[in-house]
Design a protein. Structure first.
Length: 173
């Protein structure tokens, strides 16, 4: 039974990674390409640093993961799933006010926390240790989403509230 559970967990992991990889170009290849590349890279850097820290301190453990011998972090989540969620969140909140930015977190955070909680309790994809619980995951996701949204907001302010491309027809002449 244990082997069957491991196969199902791995199948879920790889299937979700393939779906996310398929959706990724649709999130990045838009008119504001530079903005979305920045969001993608910031999310990869921030999440992989946070994940490395939490794994090294023993709060999280990933027993089923690609490249097990080289990486202790969860590559599909850190490099595909999380950046994809963050891209869609940033696109959805592009012109939102602070209250809207905060409220629009929940359609992204709640499903992710539910999936992670299920994975922690029913599979070997993730193991929570040292008192880590679902609300630690929720708080860390909220903070990471808001920090990244703040970074892209700051870049847009520096860019005079424009997307990182010229959109007027005069600029293209």
């Amino acid at each position: 039974m244990r082997k069957k559970q491991q196969r199902l967990s791995a199948a879920f992991l790889y299937t979700s990674a393939i779906i996310a990889l398929f959706l990724l170009p649709f999130a990045i290849v838009k008119r504001s390409f530079k903005d979305w590349i920045i969001v993608y890279l910031v999310s990869i850097i921030g999440n992989s640093w946070a994940d490395r820290y939490l794994v090294s301190k023993g709060y999280l453990k990933y027993q089923i993961r690609p490249f097990k011998k080289k990486f202790k972090i969860h590559l599909p989540f850190d490099y595909v799933h999380y950046p994809l969620m963050l891209l869609y969140y940033n696109q959805w909140t592009l012109n939102s006010k602070p209250v809207g930015i905060f409220l629009k977190l929940f359609p992204f955070i709640i499903p992710q926390v539910l999936i992670e909680t299920f994975a922690a309790k029913k599979t070997k994809l993730i193991t929570w240790k040292k008192g880590w619980t679902w609300y630690h995951s929720a708080i860390s996701l909220v903070l990471k989403f808001l920090i990244c949204r703040g970074i892209i907001g700051t870049i847009r302010i520096i860019n005079n509230k424009e997307l990182s491309i010229n959109t007027s027809s005069e600029d293209s002449k």
